[in-house]
Design a protein around this ligand. Structure first.
Ligand code: OAD
Length: 267
């Protein structure tokens, strides 16, 4: 199979005809998997990780903040950093990219198709926008887990007052319910992701640098299963050269147009 590969940058005159013809093909897909990364939440004011000037990892060392060893060494600093991120997400609202993805799922399921959203984001903005079938690959910033008794509590309230926050049952130190570098993903999460990938005929990678595994391997897995592959990103990534079609620009600008065209194509 030698798919025709195209990469298109944002100017409307170039992008619009491509979106229209793409939408016709996408509206016929039976089972869709969308993989999202931090770029989808960027327009909600949440920093990405690897963008050169604004990304978290441009300012902080992930080994000092996003590993179990870092938490053991410095639970105060690590929990404080994650709580600041939790507060930032508390103030954030879904942007047009999140809303378009919720609209796409509703459209696809109303037509009897499948739609699975696999996200690396821990902010739950996809849930807030209305997506229903979501696989949270890297956990959630809202759930905090006791490292002693494993009790989990959903934390929607104001910033913590002690760092690390303590378990109300056993007094043990609590950590955010996210997956850190060097940790395993939950088996149920892996199972759900692979099940969706095995069945999909369209795979869309949006706003992710496509470098962190296992998410980085999902594109190849979907393609090996025969899926058409599409990427939407501000810039080229390692995935761009391998997808059937790449659309470069802001997710919050491209997705509403694409999903609107898909809706019109299927009407
Ligand atoms: P990255 O920061 O690595 O990549 C964000 C991607 O979004 C980049 O490719 C940007 O070009 C793109 N981007 C930025 N703004 C955009 C916009 N408005 N529209 C479309 N694309 C945009 O974030 P992730 O790929 O999500 O894991 O990172 C993957 C994992 O690495 C994260 O879940 C996190 C991180 O370390 C852990 O913390 C374990």
């Amino acid at each position: 199979m030698a798919p025709e590969r195209e990469a298109l940058y944002a100017p409307d005159m170039v992008m619009e005809p491509a979106i229209q013809s793409l939408a016709v093909a996408l509206s016929r897909k039976r089972s869709i998997v969308v993989l999202t990364g931090a770029g989808v939440s960027a327009e909600s004011g949440i920093p990405t990780f690897r963008d050169a000037l604004t990304g978290y990892w441009a300012k902080f060392d992930p080994q000092e903040l996003a590993t179990p060893e870092a938490f053991e060494r410095n639970p105060e600093e690590v929990s404080r950093w994650y709580d600041e991120r939790r507060m930032r997400c508390r103030d954030a609202r879904p942007n047009p990219a999140h809303r378009a993805l919720a609209q796409w799922e509703a459209l696809q399921t109303a037509r009897g198709g499948r739609f699975t959203l696999i996200t690396q984001n821990v902010d739950r903005l996809h849930q807030a926008a209305g997506n229903r079938t979501i696989v949270e690959l890297h956990g959630s910033l809202w759930v905090w887990r006791c490292t002693r008794c494993s009790r989990e509590v959903e934390e929607r309230g104001p910033a913590f007052t002690e760092f690390p926050p303590r378990c109300i049952d056993c007094g043990g130190p609590r950590r955010p319910g996210v997956v850190w570098f060097g940790e395993f993903l939950a088996p149920t999460v892996i199972r759900d992701a692979h099940a969706a990938l095995a069945d999909c005929d369209l795979f869309v990678s949006i706003g992710t640098s496509a470098v962190v595994h296992p998410a980085a391997s999902f594109l190849a897995e979907a393609r090996a299963n025969g899926a058409y592959t599409l990427e939407i990103n501000l810039d080229a990534t390692p995935a761009s050269a391998t997808v059937d079609q790449a659309l470069f620009g802001k997710a919050g600008e491209i997705l509403p147009r694409l999903v609107g065209a898909i809706e019109a194509a299927g009407a």
